[in-house]
Design a protein around this ligand. Structure first.
Ligand SMILES: Nc1ncnc2c1ncn2[C@@H]1O[C@H](COP(=O)(O)OP(=O)(O)OP(=O)(O)O)[C@@H](O)[C@H]1O
Length: 219
């Protein structure tokens, strides 16, 4: 289980998250909704151990993520994968798609061998793997990012507007692939989206959590 409680984030004098909490139960799909600017992406980064909250705690499978400086401990970081809307900002433009997918495998001392298999599961043909991000479509690049996110078999997958701007068939394929992964591994998925129809369709017994409007700064 991934559990966050009492999470508060403030940018300058502007409080964005105040005492936010969320629980992701293995095997569940939970939606996260709320008005633009209320802090959904900020919360996603906190849950993904990319951003440290001002206060609050995050515990993963019973292990509390203690205060960290530059990076949270790797053994906890690899249990949570983040997939962003803007895949072009999430990859090194000099990498081929094969290198994008193999990145977490190599970073953790594994061989890049599974990259081809991960790509195939995402419907990427071998010919696409030698291309760089500027030589593929947004949908193809997002498929590579999902393959990369699943490479270390995370127990928690956070999809932050993953399919916004993509066509309906690519969206359906990405959702189907993540559903297959969830059923296969028992992972929990958090779906952040403005598309309430997608949230209603995809969210299982985790339900939909609504973040309130961000608190306005005083004065
Ligand atoms: N690094 C940062 N420094 C300062 N302010 C930030 C930072 N990141 C986000 N913000 C601000 O915090 C607020 C919440 O941003 P965030 O992206 O988390 O919201 P969101 O709910 O995901 O928004 P949207 O639905 O529009 O994507 C916004 O007002 C944003 O401008």
């Amino acid at each position: 289980m991934l559990r966050a409680e009492g999470v508060t984030v403030t940018y300058g004098r502007r409080p964005v998250l105040h005492d936010a909490e969320l629980t992701l139960v293995p095997g569940s799909v939970t939606g996260l909704a709320g008005p633009s600017g209320c802090g959904k992406s900020t919360f996603a980064r906190v849950l993904g151990l990319v951003q440290r909250p001002a206060t609050g705690r995050v515990a993963i499978d019973g292990a509390e993520v203690r205060r960290w400086r530059n990076r949270a401990p790797r053994d906890l970081r690899v249990r949570v994968a983040l997939i962003f809307q803007q895949s072009r900002l999430a990859v090194d433009p000099r990498f081929t798609l094969r290198e994008v997918i193999a990145e977490p495998l190599l970073a953790t001392g594994r061989g890049p061998g599974r990259a081809g298999e991960l790509a195939e599961e995402m419907g990427l043909t071998p010919e696409l793997l030698s291309r760089r991000p500027h030589e593929v479509s947004d949908g193809q690049l997002q498929r590579a990012c999902v393959a990369r996110a699943l490479a270390l078999r995370p127990g928690y997958v956070i999809c932050d507007e993953m399919t916004t701007m993509l066509d309906a068939s690519t969206q359906a394929h990405l959702v189907a692939r993540l559903e297959a992964y969830r059923l296969d591994t028992g992972a929990a998925i958090l779906v952040i989206s403005h598309d309430l129809e997608l949230l209603a369709r995809w969210s299982g017994h985790g339900g939909i959590v609504h973040l309130p409007q961000a608190v306005r700064p005083a004065g």
